[in-house]
Ligand binder design. Structure first.
Ligand SMILES: NC(=O)c1ccc[n+]([C@@H]2O[C@H](COP(=O)([O-])OP(=O)(O)OC[C@H]3O[C@@H](n4cnc5c(N)ncnc54)[C@H](O)[C@@H]3O)[C@@H](O)[C@H]2O)c1
Length: 429
């Protein structure tokens, strides 16, 4: 099978490599020439462990090619995956501009039967729109089918998730499409759920909203734990031993971020509102998430009697470890607040890089110790394993004041206190 993947971002590039690993020939198409040039040379334009090695291997074996010529690429393939971005409009609704553009390009270039499968996260009913957009430019009335195949991979473990998914969800209308997609995924060992496109679209949003709910629940509980002098880490462990609850997504912290949860929840809430449905739980998930980031900052502000002229070391900029993605990262909300309150911020992240041209009050450091030198406090925002292996006893000596605010409950509170630090975590005093 020869597959075309449109959009070579995090999802598209991972999908391309995964399909090549499954034994298919794959072409990646993007309008961004810089990305295409880098990918053609075997270089990833984002950080994702393990992906680049396989990309290079499959480029060499000619299983993968890249192009920016959409018309040629669409004409040369009859199985087309769409993996373009679906960001948020100001009102929270999903911005389908890229999807519409791609659909119209496909319709325009149609030269025979095509199966078009959407992997982008989209509101219920979008696949019907995709079909209509294709029709609107499909002047020669070529036959085509559409299907929905939401993506569940996580940045930081994208390749493993794509090669060993928990489940594959396919939303399709006709038996022949279902058969084609089953064949495409024949080497996968996970359950394949076949359903309607609308159900497939909602499964994606409902899954992300549920995971975010677990996080916000634990975060809100962590505030009560602080009041009661109970460790939220121990509570989470005890809860997670119940298989109906499970251990994952029970870690309290400064809240979730990234390119998916915040925008997908906003889009789900927008859909609910449009249909007079009150998803009150999900609304609260969002507001707890916003206030949780400030919850840690308030602890630090109180301890330091304000941030003005304080030197704050920020450890971690990415929204989670093992990625360079800073979209909607809680660290950035903290950084913004600190700068507004006239702190001087020295930040570190092993892979994420920020450009904040207009601000002189901050610096990004190459090593954690550079960020910590002369700091009045450190705020740990991303649980990179590197931060656990820091020589904290030496750090105490190079810091101006030994204050640690651990936004991920990553460090050992007792050990930090025995080293002479003032340590505060979240629900983990
Ligand atoms: N990033 C994740 O972890 C993740 C996980 C699951 C689902 N998703 C969903 O998958 C979709 C893609 O996410 P992403 O993180 O890969 O986005 P991304 O922004 O990293 O990549 C999107 C790519 O599409 C390209 N593009 C836009 N218009 C195009 C066009 N007309 N022709 C060709 N290419 C075009 C862009 O240049 C960009 O490279 C989104 O809907 C997202 O919600 C993302």
């Amino acid at each position: 099978m020869h597959i075309l993947v449109i959009g070579t971002g995090y999802v598209g590039t991972t999908t391309i490599v995964a399909f090549a690993e499954m034994g298919w020939k794959v072409t990646g198409l993007d309008t961004d020439m810089r990305k295409i040039q880098l990918l053609q040379q075997g270089t990833l334009h984002f950080y994702e462990q393990g992906l680049e090695d396989l990309l290079v291997k499959h480029l060499k074996d000619r299983n993968i090619t890249f192009t920016s010529d959409s018309e040629d690429a669409i004409r040369a393939h009859n199985i087309i995956f769409i993996c373009v971005g679906t960001p948020s409009h100001a009102d929270g609704s999903a911005d389908l501009t890229y999807l519409k553009e791609v659909s119209k390009e496909i319709g325009h270039a149609m030269n025979g039967y095509k199966l078009i499968i959407n992997k982008s996260t989209v509101p219920v009913g979008t696949l019907e729109k995709v079909a209509n957009w294709i029709k609107s430019t499909n002047d020669s009335s070529q036959a085509f089918d559409v299907a929905s195949n939401p993506e569940f991979l996580r940045e930081g473990s994208a390749l493993t998730d794509a090669l060993h998914p928990d489940r594959i969800v396919i939303g399709a209308y006709s038996d022949s499409v279902k058969t084609q997609l089953r064949e495409l995924y024949q080497s996968m060992e996970c359950p394949i759920m076949i359903t309607t496109p609308r159900t497939a679209e909602l499964i994606k949003y409902a899954s992300n909203a549920f995971l975010a709910t677990k996080i916000s629940y634990m975060n809100e509980l962590s505030r009560l734990c602080d009041q009661l002098g109970v460790s939220v880490i121990d509570v989470a462990q005890g809860m997670g031993l119940d298989p109906r609850i499970g251990q994952s997504f029970l870690r309290a912290g400064i809240g979730f971020g990234g390119s998916c949860f915040p925008k997908d929840i906003a889009a789900l809430l927008h859909t609910a509102e449009k249909h007079d449905s009150d998803l009150s739980i999900i609304k609260n998930v969002m507001s707890v998430n916003q206030s949780q980031t400030m919850y840690l900052l308030n602890k630090a502000r109180k301890r330091l009697s304000g941030f003005q002229h304080r030197r704050i070391a920020l450890l971690g900029l990415a929204f989670k470890p093992d990625t360079d993605d800073t979209r909607h990262s809680p660290s950035l909300r903290i950084l913004d607040k600190l700068l507004r309150e006239h702190a001087y911020v020295t930040a570190h992240d092993p892979v994420a890089k920020l450009t904040l041209d207009s601000h002189h009050n901050w610096k990004q450091c190459n090593r954690p110790e550079q960020a910590l030198r002369r700091a009045d406090a450190v705020i740990l925002c991303t649980e990179w394993p590197l931060y656990q292996s820091i020589d904290w006893s030496r750090m105490r000596d190079i810091m101006n004041k030994p204050n640690i605010f651990d936004g991920r409950n990553m460090l050992d509170a007792q050990q930090m206190r025995s080293l002479g630090f003032h340590y505060q975590g979240i629900g983990y005093e």
